[in-house]
Design a protein around this ligand. Structure first.
Ligand code: ZN
Length: 209
C-alpha cells in the first residue's frame, strides 16, 4: 500500500516548490530602486509616475475647473485677474516672486495645481520668475501667441486655463528652456526641502482618488 501513496506526496512537494519560486520572484521584483536622483527628479517623480486626480480630466473639450467671470473676479485680485484671465503681463521686477529665492512650491493662482518648483527656478535677469521646466507638462498647456507682432509660445494652466506666461528656447541646461512666468498667476508655499515639495505635489495628485 505504501508505494501507492508516494506519487501524490511528490506532486505536493513539487507544487510547494513552484509556489515558493513565485513568492521569491514577487518579493525580488518589489525591491525599491535606490539609485541617486537630482532634486528636480525628486520633485517631478510623482508628477510623471502618478495618475492625475479624479477631478482632472484633460481629455475633454473644456478645462476641468470652470468658473464664471464673477467667480474669477471674486477669487482673484485685480492684477491676478488681469494677468491670469485676460492674458495680461505684470510689470517686470515689480512683482513678488521674480527675486524669491526661498525653497517651495508654486501653484496656479486659479486652481492650486502645482506648476513649478523652486528647485527649477533660475535668475534670468528679466524681472519675472523663470524656470527651466514645469513640474508636469500635462498640466501646463501651450498655445502659439502671435500678439504684439511676435510669434511666441504662450503657457497656461491646463486645469483651469489661467494664463501663466511664455516659454522661450534660450534657457539654461538641462532643458534649454526658459519659462517666463507672471507672479500674478502663481501662489507660493514655502517648504523645508525638495523632499517636502515632493510631498506637497503628491498631496495634490493623490486627492479624491
Ligand atoms: Zn489653474
Amino acid at each position: 500500500m505504501n508505494h501507492v501513496s508516494r506519487p501524490s506526496l511528490s506532486i505536493a512537494a513539487l507544487l510547494t516548490l513552484i509556489v515558493g519560486c513565485f513568492l521569491i520572484q514577487f518579493t525580488m521584483a518589489d525591491e525599491p530602486n535606490s539609485s541617486p536622483k537630482s532634486m528636480d527628479e525628486t520633485v517631478s517623480e510623482c508628477a510623471s509616475a502618478c495618475g492625475l486626480p479624479s477631478h482632472v480630466d484633460l481629455g475633454g473639450d473644456q478645462y476641468p475647473v470652470v468658473r464664471t467671470d464673477a467667480e474669477w473676479q471674486d477669487r482673484l485680485t485685480e492684477i491676478q485677474y488681469h494677468v491670469a484671465r485676460l492674458q495680461g503681463t505684470e510689470r517686470p521686477f515689480a512683482n513678488p516672486y521674480h527675486d524669491n529665492k526661498k525653497t517651495g512650491l508654486y501653484r496656479c493662482v486659479g486652481c492650486d495645481t502645482p506648476l513649478f518648483s523652486s528647485t527649477t527656478k533660475f535668475d534670468s535677469g528679466t524681472g519675472w520668475p523663470s524656470f527651466f521646466t514645469p513640474i508636469d507638462k500635462r498640466t501646463l498647456g501651450e498655445t502659439r501667441d502671435v500678439s504684439y507682432g511676435m510669434t511666441r509660445v504662450e503657457v497656461h494652466c491646463a486645469v483651469c486655463g489661467s494664463h501663466q506666461g511664455h516659454v522661450f528656447s534660450d534657457g539654461p541646461e538641462p532643458t534649454g528652456l526658459r519659462y517666463c512666468i507672471n507672479s500674478a498667476s502663481l501662489t507660493f508655499e514655502t517648504a523645508e526641502s525638495a523632499e517636502a515639495i515632493k510631498k506637497l505635489v503628491e498631496g495634490w495628485y493623490q486627492q479624491a482618488k
